[in-house]
Design a protein around this ligand. Structure first.
Ligand code: TXA
Ligand code: MG
Length: 342
């Protein structure tokens, strides 16, 4: 059930749901999350069941304030505190050493835990209310079926998970791709998942180098830094992820335009194109959507565009390869995974 324009009374009801071990889907500035009390193992297991996600795949715990970080985690390095102070609330998740015995199901039974304080006002209000009821953190993965495109609007969540789950409608997620993840549990900071927050800004704030170890190999070869200690054991960050139903192809602009008419002449399929240059072809077979030229706008539209193309029932989605500069790193990461899915 989607609650439109939730009031404080609705948020209190949602917090009571969390306290009672039920699930609540809520908006964040990145994507919508499917939340449960992070310290209630049964409730957390409901998340894995609803998503069809393997139980060893760790979840991010959402917290209302920095005090909660000290409740869930220990040995927090100074650079992690510096990141929290600078970028929380916001689209940054920190992996920290978990306090033994706490939130085991949320961490996928690892000795580290991902923490994030979101900036979406509705998410923060929900977390603050949950805290007053004794729920100190809300474990929440993106509210989609495992491996699928993350939801950036309330109705996307209902499409993914059905109408039984309580969904708070907080409008379209402003950023549109998931948070940046920095591992702060292995001595030096390591980027595990790029998001909207650039490495440059974080390095500048810290006056430190942030290493990169995108799980499942360094798929972003445009970035030269790498880190050679073993990666955390997580099943997440699979190369094939964020998958729409249609096959996704990522092509340089010229190759995309060059191949398009020959493809449509030899194949009977319907095709959707997301590119910066307007293209006009047979509307029965061809769907065009303009790709924004700025990374932030592109991130904001990315997942809803993939969903819209799927709904239109196209067979293939052709996407123009954006520039391989740092500001595009988050979008390029999602595009590579979406195009690797089939
Ligand atoms: O923006 C976001 O981060 C969204 C919103 C809802 O906050 N959440 C999100 O959660 O993207 P999810 O579960 O879809 O992605 C969590 C990622 C996974 O790739 C997982 O492997 C990684 O975080 N992760 C979580 N805990 C970890 C840990 N202890 N060590 C390493 N990676 C971890
Ligand atoms: Mg996800």
């Amino acid at each position: 059930m989607i609650i439109e324009h939730p009031t404080s009374a609705d948020l209190l009801l949602a917090a009571q749901f969390l306290k009672a071990g039920k699930l609540v889907a809520f908006p964040t500035e990145t994507v919508y999350g499917l939340g449960a009390d992070a310290e209630n193992e049964q409730a957390v297991n409901l998340i894995f069941d609803a998503k069809g996600r393997p139980k060893d795949h760790p979840l991010i715990v959402h917290i209302p304030d920095m005090d909660a970080a000290a409740h869930f985690t220990c040995n927090i390095p100074d650079y992690a505190y510096a990141l929290m102070k600078q970028f929380w609330p916001g689209a940054l998740t920190l992996i920290l050493q978990k306090r033994p015995g706490l939130a085991n199901a949320s961490s996928g039974h690892q000795n580290t835990l991902g923490l994030r304080m979101p900036s979406h006002p509705m998410a923060l209000e929900l977390l603050v209310m949950a805290k007053t009821l004794g729920v100190l953190g809300v474990a929440a993965p993106s509210a989609n079926r495992f491996g699928r495109v993350s939801p950036t609007q309330a109705f996307h969540v209902a499409e993914e998970l059905g109408d039984d789950v309580l969904i708070l409608n907080g409008g379209a997620s402003q950023i549109g791709i998931e948070s940046t993840i920095i591992d702060c549990s292995r001595g030096e900071p390591i980027l595990l998942r790029p998001g909207q927050l650039s490495l440059e800004r974080m390095e500048h704030a810290l006056d430190l180098t942030i290493h990169q170890q995108l799980i499942d190999g360094n798929i972003d070869t445009s970035m030269s830094k790498s880190f050679n200690t073993p990666a955390p054991k997580v099943s997440g960050r699979m190369l094939a992820h964020y998958a729409p139903k249609a096959k996704v192809l990522l092509l340089e602009r010229q190759a995309l335009e060059h191949n398009l008419s020959s493809y449509l002449s030899v194949s009977k399929g319907r095709i959707a194109v997301w590119s910066t240059t307007p293209l006009v072809l047979d509307p029965q077979r061809f769907l065009y959507q303009a790709m924004p030229r700025k990374a932030e706008a592109c991130a904001h539209e990315l997942f809803s565009t993939l969903r819209d193309f799927d709904k239109a029932g196209v067979d293939q989605i052709w996407i123009e390869q954006p520039p391989c500069t740092e500001d595009w790193q988050g979008v390029n990461d999602r595009l590579k995974r979406a195009s690797h899915a089939q």
